[in-house]
Ligand binder design. Structure first.
Ligand code: ZN
Length: 154
């Protein structure tokens, strides 16, 4: 058990890390993104299927890593499934602010994602929390095929 997890919203996070939602393969995915967080050893494979308007019709992931990275991916997929591109981008910014900025008003649209707020005190954990979001950002940019992202500069 990571000591600092005590300070986070541990019940929700542990629940999602133990029983991740939207975990599995997405055979007809349009884009697959492999994300790495070498600082912690987290890995995520994100698969996205777009609807006609370019929104996230379906999104699934597999991967392994710390509780924060896996719970963040689980919570993220629940939140983003069915959302438009614009909504996804707005959510990305709101979540990024949530985990990186001090004393800002937390966007209510984030809902359950707010449980990740505690990571802002732990810079290494911010990378864990952001990993799946980096992957979805890349998926939107890429649109099709396969891609790789890392939390560390190449
Ligand atoms: Zn991690």
């Amino acid at each position: 058990m990571i000591p600092e997890i005590e300070e986070l919203y541990q019940e929700v996070i542990l629940d999602h890390s133990r029983r991740p939602r939207n975990f599995g393969e997405l055979p007809d995915a349009a884009v697959r993104v492999h994300g790495d967080n070498p600082a912690c050893g987290d890995e995520i494979h994100l698969a996205v299927k777009f609807d006609a308007a370019g929104g996230l019709e379906d999104i699934k992931f597999t991967g392994r890593g710390c509780a924060i990275s896996q719970a963040s991916a689980s919570l993220m997929t629940m939140k983003l499934k069915g959302k438009s591109r614009e909504e996804v981008k707005n959510m990305f910014r709101a979540f990024h602010d949530l985990v990186t900025e001090e004393a800002t008003e937390v966007s209510k649209t984030l809902g359950d994602l707010r449980v990740m707020q505690g990571v802002r005190k732990f810079p290494q954990r911010v990378k864990c929390a952001m990993l799946p979001w980096r992957a979805v950002e890349q998926a939107l940019e890429q649109g099709a095929g396969e891609a790789t992202v890392s939390t560390e500069p190449a």
